[in-house]
Design a protein around this ligand. Structure first.
Ligand SMILES: [Zn+2]
Length: 463
């Protein structure tokens, strides 16, 4: 009798695992269809993509709603759900954006909106950012729904517009107008990825739990104008140029925030040796003093993870060769570490410039300080599923140096996690916002399996 029970348990486990070979063909087809819908932003028209999702959900009998932004009807959002049996549990939100960045077609070797499959690789704008994860999420919930699976916790699928411009009509609009329909326990978004060769000697899945934040500031100097044949001291251009020289020369202090510390610890433990020791000990003042500069110099990305940065991106002044203008402006793209306060940084900046004639006008002041907890059921189960697919890979929390829609959920204190669950190379990652963006069929299917299993385990019922 006992033997028989074990046998049926094993049998039910086998049956519980979908036939991935069968799903493969359909998943590839869906991905290609989606890539063929051009959702470049600008102009950011996602109506066709939203309708495409809506038709699929209608056909599958999955509950869904679409939303149109009245101020700009080209902005639409699709929210679908698998309803959980326990209303006490807040939903898991699968977040993905439908818009993509534009392409410079002459540099592409492939057609950006054909979804072509060659040698096991599918090409197209949005393959990694982020139509790929959108399809993995879609296929996972379709599969679970077809199985007649009843979750404990509700699963919501939200496809949004306008992520690529972090626009007010994208995720922010949904949060502002329909929070009651979202209110999640966890958000699964983009922001991190698995890479074979971005970190020395180790494959790693980097799950984004925090992000740097954009603090945009304009430096302005006003004074009197004059003729170029009679130069004089301290005209606006001169004052501004001197101030900017101090700003670009400023080495902002190295800071190891807790996410980066955890990341370097896990990397250090995995890599071992001297390099591993430095990474593990980066929060040790002495090691930081001797090695911190070297680590920061290793790459511009690592540097950006270790300090607040300033990029001088725009200079604006003058209108005629022989006229000294009365006003000069410069735009600074400042990226702050999660815990940094914009006002404190501005004070430091003023001290560096040390000239009251330079005014600073704040164009965008970020308020998000939230770092997602990496000791949650969601993180642990996702980590476990990643390790099941890639036993040799390291899984670690990560801070993105760019911005994603997660910031708007994190600003509300929601634990948001960014990961496209694929294992790619640096060259593949460079294709994001670059040329020949692509994703292999193997990765597409691995990601779909990981999303499927992670949903199943985080949203129960427990087997
Ligand atoms: Zn994206």
């Amino acid at each position: 009798m006992k033997k028989f029970l074990v046998f049926t348990a094993v049998l039910s486990l086998i049956q519980a695992e979908p036939n991935w070979e069968k799903i493969r063909h359909e998943t590839v087809d869906m991905f290609q269809q989606y890539l063929r819908i051009n959702t470049s932003n600008p102009p950011g028209d996602v109506r066709k993509a939203a309708k495409w999702f809506a038709d699929i959900f209608a056909k599958e009998g999955i509950l869904f709603e679409t939303f149109t932004v009245p101020e700009d009807p080209r902005r639409m959002h699709v929210l679908a759900e698998l309803k959980g049996m326990n209303p006490e549990l807040k939903p898991l939100l699968l977040l993905n954006h439908m818009d993509v960045v534009p392409v410079d077609e002459e540099f592409w070797n492939e057609k950006p909106f054909d979804g072509e499959l060659r040698d096991g690789v599918i090409y197209g704008r949005g393959a990694l950012d982020m139509k790929g994860l959108g399809i993995m999420e879609l296929m996972a919930i379709i599969q679970l729904h077809r199985e007649g699976w009843r979750p404990e916790r509700t699963i919501k699928f939200l496809a949004v517009a306008d992520e690529e411009i972090l626009g007010e009509y994208g995720t922010q609009w949904m949060i502002k107008h329909h929070w009651d329909k979202l209110d999640p326990e966890w958000v699964w978004d983009e922001g991190g990825i698995g890479s074979k060769d971005s970190f020395p000697g180790v494959s790693a899945f980097a799950i984004a739990v925090a992000q740097k934040k954009s603090f945009w500031v304009e430096a302005v100097v006003e004074g009197k104008s004059g003729h170029g044949m009679r130069p004089y001291k301290d005209h606006p251009n001169e004052i501004l140029v001197k101030a900017l020289a101090r700003i670009v020369e400023w080495n902002t202090p190295l800071e190891i925030n807790p996410v980066v510390d955890e990341m370097f610890n896990r990397l250090g433990e995995k890599i071992g040796g001297g390099q591993g020791f430095v990474m593990k000990s980066l929060d040790n003042g002495l090691v930081r003093f001797f090695a911190g500069g070297t680590v920061a110099d290793a790459s511009t990305s690592v540097n950006a993870m270790l300090r607040n940065t300033i990029s001088l991106t725009m200079l604006n002044s003058g209108y005629k060769t022989n006229i000294i203008p009365e006003k000069a402006t410069a735009t600074l793209d400042i990226r702050l570490l999660p815990h940094a306060e914009p006002e404190d940084f501005l004070e430091d900046l003023k001290t560096i410039v040390n000239d009251d004639r330079v005014q600073f006008i704040l164009k965008r002041t970020p308020r998000n300080k939230y770092v997602s907890d990496w000791n949650t059921d969601f993180f642990n189960i996702l980590q476990n599923e990643l390790e099941r697919e890639k036993p040799d890979a390291l899984v670690m929390p990560f801070m993105t140096i760019g911005g994603t829609d997660s910031q708007f959920f994190q600003a509300k204190g929601i634990n948001s996690y960014g990961l496209v669950p694929v294992m790619v190379t640096e060259a593949d990652i460079q294709s994001i916002h670059g040329i020949d963006e692509r994703l292999s069929v193997d990765n597409l299917m691995m990601g779909t399996r990981i999303v499927y299993h992670t949903i199943k385990r985080t949203c129960g019922p427990n087997e």
